[in-house]
Design a protein around this ligand. Structure first.
Ligand code: GDP
Length: 298
């Protein structure tokens, strides 16, 4: 996903190699090129501004290091600033003291929520948990069936409304799923919710009603990294309409520019927790800001 950004940054930084000393003018010129590379990758403007300011201030104030030459020093600073905008530390799931831990998924239709539900369930099961998937996307005709298919592939049971009972009542289904989890001793519940193609008040209200019914331990906002600049607006709308405690980036295997998704942490203040990079259930991992920064810087 970040190939172009990666190539651009690498070439900007490579230009510094061999310079014995960096003047303020060298640093300004480098910062300008980094700025263009970030903007062209769709990183949000306020994020770019902070990033560039951080790099400039630190590069100009940097002590002359014995161990690193000037180019290495700038690369180190750019790397650290990237880690910072991506969230710094890896943020792991927080489990409830009294199970079940309730994880609610929210996001636009097509963002990859249902697929992610299966991935997360399989990953949790692999860690010794006993998850239950819950079908609360009752908007899209095929969504329940799709979750059942995903659940079967993940080897994780799915709680869904019986035909004729609860089909129009996602809030009731979410509430009953917690009783079922306690009864059958599932220690984690993953609730898939409905999305629309665009931001929609009714959808936000339904998600907020489900949230109020089940008081989730984590609300994960699922964000398609391919949607480009809309990513930031969508994230802000979900933050304001539902609220969330973490972000999952999906479709990182795509070839879009992806910078908008990289802005989501700084724009919303919530950490990116997981990354999804393919249609298979295994294409999923914890998001590590430092590893992503290293990947981007090549
Ligand atoms: P939902 O509407 O939010 O539940 O989204 P789905 O889980 O149905 O995903 C929408 C489409 O995106 C499906 O065709 C998925 O196979 C695909 N998809 C989901 N996650 C990824 C991913 O990480 N990479 C790619 N390439 N496709 C994905």
């Amino acid at each position: 996903m970040f190939d172009t950004l990666s190539d651009r940054l690498t070439s900007v930084l490579t230009n510094l190699r061999g310079k014995g000393r960096l003047s303020d003018a060298d640093i300004d010129a480098t910062a300008r090129e980094i700025r263009i590379a970030l903007l062209e990758a769709d990183v949000a403007l306020p994020v770019v501004r902070n990033f560039i300011k951080g790099v400039k201030d630190r590069a100009k104030g940097a002590e002359v290091s014995q161990a690193l030459n000037p180019a290495q020093q700038v690369i180190k600073i750019v790397n650290e600033e990237l880690v910072t905008i991506l969230g710094g530390e890896t943020r792991r799931l927080e489990y409830a003291k009294n199970p079940p831990t309730v994880i609610m998924l929210a996001g636009l239709q097509g963002s990859g929520k249902t697929t992610l539900a299966g991935k997360l369930a399989k990953w949790l099961a692999g860690q010794g948990h006993t998850p239950l998937l819950v079908a609360c996307d009752l908007q899209r005709p095929n969504a329940v069936n799709q979750l059942q298919v995903v659940g079967e592939r993940a080897g994780v049971p799915v709680f869904a409304p019986e035909p004729g009972n609860g089909v129009g009542d996602p809030v009731g289904v979410s509430r009953r799923s917690l009783d079922e989890a306690r009864r059958a001793q599932h220690d984690v519940v993953i609730v898939d919710t409905a999305g629309r193609l665009g931001i929609d008040e009714e959808m936000m209200k339904q998600a907020a009603d489900i949230r109020d019914a089940i008081t989730p331990d984590e609300i994960l906002f699922v964000l398609d990294a391919m949607i480009g600049q809309d990513a930031v607006n969508t994230a802000e709308a979900f933050r304001d309409g539902v609220g969330f405690s973490g972000v999952v980036l999906t479709k990182l295997d795509g070839d879009a520019r992806g910078g908008a998704a990289l802005s989501v942490r700084e724009v919303t203040g919530q950490p990116i927790m997981f990354a999804s990079s393919g249609e298979k259930l295994e294409d999923f991992d914890i998001f590590h800001p430092d590893r992503m920064a290293n990947r981007i810087l090549g």
